[in-house]
Design a protein around this ligand. Structure first.
Ligand SMILES: Cc1cc2nc3c(=O)[nH]c(=O)nc-3n(C[C@H](O)[C@H](O)[C@H](O)COP(=O)(O)OP(=O)(O)OC[C@H]3O[C@@H](n4cnc5c(N)ncnc54)[C@H](O)[C@@H]3O)c2cc1C
Length: 548
């Protein structure tokens, strides 16, 4: 017996009574062909399981298949988001930019699928509509929107946290006669913006990427802002040949740093609190952060930036000063400075030329708090201020975060219990991975698990799942299920810790963008190390309490 490429013990498969592949199905049904599902499929096949991956879209890539709007782009560094399970793959793929754009990411995902010969196990245009657990056979009957059904001993739902686009309930939306698109459901054919009167509704992470990208080609651009965000520069640039060489030669070190990191980034935490520094030192540090790439503004900021209101206000004051310096019209600048939340109260976007866009003569900002939308007409958008006519409306209005995709599949666990009932008051999970009453069912990359750079923690979860299934096969177990007490412990931890820390309180991380959604924290406030620690204890104890 040796160790596998993740450093885990390899267990030889044993022929035994407990493990049988369902006659008309596979060992594992994976749902979702994003970065999580594709990795899960790779692991399943490597471990010798039969598996099929069902994907609603017509292509692979998940987020990077659906969000093909202009300037859709990583704000995780490309090489930290990419797979790190294979050094060969890592060294083969040369990312063009430190923060790659959607077309390159989609190409990458397709190349991974082909390199590891995964495509023949993937069914596209196959949206799972329901999955029902059968106690007797300890397996799941999975129904697809084309009417087909298949059986899997296990269902692994890698359906993503930002995969269900959300449209606000605006009267008349569907009656608009021009082009109407959601950033998260972007058509395969490019949208023609040239010389058009364009409205963008929403200034979250997607809207603020798209806005500067189209401003020059449109006749007019009207931006409908419900609440301003604390945007800071992405500071993207091409990866130089020297950097490409360093990335390859430094792979082992990079991988080690990522695996140890709390949030799955390379950005190192700061060793000082805000008021440890003098005012001058603070300003110099903020200036340095402003010029650093992506999430460094968040992950490498002062240790108390999120937890001390005065510290947070200092950093926000610095950004507000920057905005006033960039945007020439003082009234517009004030409207672009958030007044309803501090930095981290919502997911901070990273931008390229966003504030500068408002200096262009063809760009108008409409403040929806002052003049809300009353309806969409056949020709445009009406607010309390009047009607503006458009050729194109872009809905950059976000997603039903965290639970959206899982709750849209009609999932029935033991005794017909519905997931939507189990989660009526918000998700109840163990490690954001499984829940009680839903045996042989996992959801890596789902709610309660995330803690930063997505693929790093969802990859940890996928590793854990695959190891558990290998162990079950070797030891003849049929059922894996988390005990109720552990689900309660993790869920209580998430809800309690979420209130204490200063992140996401005003945002979709608490479900606040969807009317009627329970106000519950949807990510993991304990970070990756806690997740990993608990998972390795379960493995050490041979999954005690989980298997039958
Ligand atoms: C524009 C944008 C930029 C982002 N940038 C970053 C970033 O830089 N860094 C970062 O860490 N995260 C980023 N995210 C978050 C991003 O969602 C995750 O990083 C990533 O998508 C996680 O991959 P996943 O495989 O878990 O989910 P996804 O990529 O969302 O894939 C889920 C897949 O499941 C499919 N699916 C859902 N329901 C069903 C069903 N019932 N039947 C069949 N298929 C189904 C969907 O069609 C989708 O293809 C970004 C998100 C967006 C929207």
């Amino acid at each position: 017996m040796g160790t596998d490429n993740r450093g885990h013990m390899e267990v030889e498969p044993a022929a035994n009574e407990g493990w049988t592949t369902p006659r008309s199905g596979v060992d594992i049904v994976i749902v979702g062909a994003g970065i999580t599902g594709i990795y899960q499929l790779y692991l399943a096949l490597e471990s010798g399981f039969s598996a099929v991956l069902l994907e609603a879209g017509d292509g692979v890539g998940g987020t990077w298949y659906w969000n093909r709007y202009p300037e859709a782009r990583f704000d995780s560094e490309s090489y930290t988001y990419a797979y790190i399970f294979s050094k060969e793959l890592f060294c083969e793929w040369e990312w063009q930019d430190h923060f790659a754009s959607q077309p390159e990411i989609e190409r990458y995902m397709n190349s991974v699928v082909d390199k590891f010969d995964l495509r023949r196990h993937i069914r596209l245009a196959a949206k799972v509509t329901s999955a029902v657990y059968d106690e007797e056979s300890a397996s799941w009957a999975v129904r697809v929107n084309d009417g087909s059904e298949l059986t899997g001993r296990f269902v692994i739902s890698a359906t993503g946290v930002l995969s269900v686009p959300y449209f606000p309930d605006v009267p008349g939306r569907e009656g608009f006669k021009g082009v109407s698109v959601h950033t998260g459901l972007w058509p395969n054919e490019p949208v023609d913006f040239a010389g058009k009167r364009v409205a963008v509704i929403g200034t979250g992470s997607s809207g603020v990427q798209l806005i500067p990208a189209i401003a020059d080609e449109v006749a007019s651009l009207t931006i409908y802002q419900r609440s301003a965000n604390w945007c800071t520069p992405l500071n993207n640039r091409p990866i130089t040949p020297e950097e490409q060489a360093q990335l390859k030669s430094g792979f082992d070190e990079l991988r080690g740093t990522l695996l140890r990191s709390r949030s799955g980034f390379l950005h190192l935490p700061c060793d000082r609190a805000t008021f440890d520094d003098s005012k001058e030192e603070r300003l110099a540090f903020y200036e340095e952060l402003w010029n650093r790439p992506g999430f460094a503004k968040f992950s490498s900021n002062y240790t108390d930036m999120l937890t001390n209101a005065a510290a947070n206000a200092e950093w926000c004051g610095f950004i507000a000063h920057k905005i006033r310096g960039i945007v020439k019209d003082p009234d517009v600048a004030e409207r672009l400075i958030p007044k309803d939340h501090g930095y981290g109260g919502k997911r901070p976007p990273y931008v390229t030329g966003y504030y500068e866009t408002y200096n262009k003569p063809n760009v108008t900002l409409v403040d929806l708090k002052a003049t809300p939308i009353t309806r969409v007409t056949e020709v445009g958008i009406e607010t309390t201020e009047g009607l503006r006519e458009f050729d194109v409306i872009v809905w950059a209005t976000g997603f039903d975060f965290g639970t959206g995709a899982l709750l849209r599949m009609d999932l029935s666990g033991r005794d017909g219990r519905k997931l939507r009932d189990h989660w009526a008051d918000g998700p109840r999970t163990f490690l954001g991975l499984m829940c009680h009453g839903f045996p042989n069912f996992f959801f890596p990359g789902g709610p309660h698990g995330s803690a930063g750079n997505n693929p790093r923690y969802s990859g940890d979860q996928s590793d854990f799942i695959d190891d558990a299934l290998v162990y079950m096969r070797a030891h003849g177990y049929r059922i894996v299920e988390v005990p109720a007490a552990l689900e309660k412990e993790w869920t209580d931890m998430v809800n309690t810790e979420a209130e204490k820390q200063g992140f996401g309180h005003q945002s979709y991380f608490f479900g606040l963008n969807i009317p009627g959604k329970p106000r519950r924290f949807l990510i993991n406030p304990a970070g990756r190390p806690t997740l990993l620690q608990i998972m390795s204890k379960i493995v050490e104890r041979d999954y005690e309490g989980f298997l039958a």
